[in-house]
Design a protein around this ligand. Sequence first.
Ligand code: ATP
Ligand code: MG
Length: 324
Amino acid sequence: MNRNLSLITPSGRLTLGNFLGAFRGMVASVQAGEDCFYGVSDLHAMTTAHDPRVLRDTIAEVTTLFLAVGLDPARAVLFRQSQVAAHRELAYLLECTAYTGELGRMIQYKEKGRDNPSTRASVYTYPVLMAADILLYRPTRVPVGDDQRQHVELTRDLAVRFNNAYGPVFTVPEVATPSAGARVMDLQDPTRKMSKSAAPGADTGVIRLLDPPDVIRRKVARAVTDSDTGPGAVRSSSDKPGVSNLLDILAACGGTSSGITTYGALKAAVTDAVVAELEPVQKRYADLAADPAYVTAVFAAGAERCREVTAPVLAAAEAAIGLR
Ligand code: ATP
Ligand code: MG
């Protein structure tokens, strides 16, 4: 059985996109009895200027949300990357395997940092940490979206190079294309994906999982549609990305557009559906937030389990490379 491994970086407060595009599938895999390791990749949240207090708060929110969305800690291993030291330890061995040429070709580095001398070195090296994140758990398939494909290709290259040089330590994972899930677009710029790292204050197009109902209502009310307000406007949505997005969100949240003809009615229906979908999550979040020691204990136990699972892989890599 393939092991499901998913990491979510606490680079911002989680969104409706993260919920529909990631958490739903994660919860379904757990409920189907699959082997699931789900992590909060907190080390990946420090590649750009960050405020430690904000990071701490975001980690607390994301870990609590893992439980609030319904991931059952009795059936899935929930962990924080920083609490499993093997991730950092293997990353260094893989840095001694990676070439500067291939890291310099990573799209995110080229786009986000290469030409700026005060770019953090971690922008350059984090794909290697990501390779460690994956290889430690020996998944045979890694489903990733297009933006992460290059990183999994690098992971494969490093695994193969290490195995050829030092012996067969790593399982080389296949890159799998995930089944087309919901892709939620920004309400203000529906040609762009809704993204958690949108700056607070410039995020009117981003629905956060913990936005209260009145905030959700306001953001949806301001969503871009188009200027065609005539009868039938809602139905001819194919060339109107903002309208398509609202219809997709409505359907993904269990609502129906039948009988809806105006944008006003559509937005009201979207608001109701999203608020209803998030209400149980927000209610569980409030209960869990009142008991942070429970959340901490769940993630401590998860980290312990991860240490057991990853220790043999790290030890084998250390032995092969000449450290043991
Ligand atoms: P960032 O801005 O930091 O990249 P993000 O919101 O794009 O944040 P990721 O950390 O890149 O989130 O991805 C976490 C998970 O959420 C992935 O499984 C990704 O496919 C999913 N996801 C992110 N944004 C969306 C979206 N708008 N619609 C559907 N799924 C999404
Ligand atoms: Mg992203």
